[in-house]
Design a protein around this ligand. Structure first.
Ligand SMILES: [Zn+2]
Length: 174
């Protein structure tokens, strides 16, 4: 009998087994906290916007404009595990302007900086690459070489939250 781990479905069975073992031993949360002891200090939508703009200026200077970046407590984490990138096209006078918004699940307001960076990098990469294809992930790892490791660990955290019902790094569930 083994726990189904939907967040890890696309990972090799060996990695899923490791996660199951940690979960069964009740150690998943502790392992994550030891690996990522500190929460980031991005406490507001304004700080998040600046954080995203800084990454964009460094790696994607010419990739269009982001109009809005915010923590969104309406994002249902199970469906949109990470964040949500929307490009809303609207007519402004005679020209069509794309309005880019990046929404990040509010639960990541209390999380390690590595997780936040991974999510922001993911959403920024969508400014240039629409699909989750090879070019997309190349761009992600260009912006953050540890992208895949952070995504895996973030998914472990989602499993921990679901199974244990508690947040790490000071999240109080609100
Ligand atoms: Zn995506």
């Amino acid at each position: 009998m083994s726990t189904d781990l939907p967040y890890l479905r696309s990972y090799p069975a060996s990695l899923q087994d490791q996660a199951r073992d940690l979960l069964a031993q009740g150690k998943l949360g502790a392992v994550l906290q030891r690996k990522y002891p500190q929460a980031h200090a991005v406490r507001s939508d304004k700080a998040l916007y600046d954080y995203a703009q800084e990454l964009k200026a460094r790696y994607l200077r010419n990739a269009g404009t982001i109009n809005k970046v915010l923590f969104d407590n309406k994002i249902h984490v199970v469906r949109h595990a990470l964040g949500l990138h929307t490009a809303v096209s609207r007519v402004q006078g005679n020209r069509l302007a794309a309005k880019h918004e990046i929404r990040i699940a509010a639960m990541f307001k209390q999380a390690p900086e590595e997780f936040l960076r991974m999510i922001v990098v993911h959403e920024l990469a969508h400014l240039r690459e629409k699909d989750h294809d090879k070019a997309f992930y190349q761009l992600c790892t260009h912006m953050e070489p540890q992208y895949h490791q952070y995504e895996f660990d973030l998914r472990l955290y989602l499993i921990h939250v679901e199974q244990a019902g508690t947040r790490l790094w000071g999240g109080d569930g609100s």
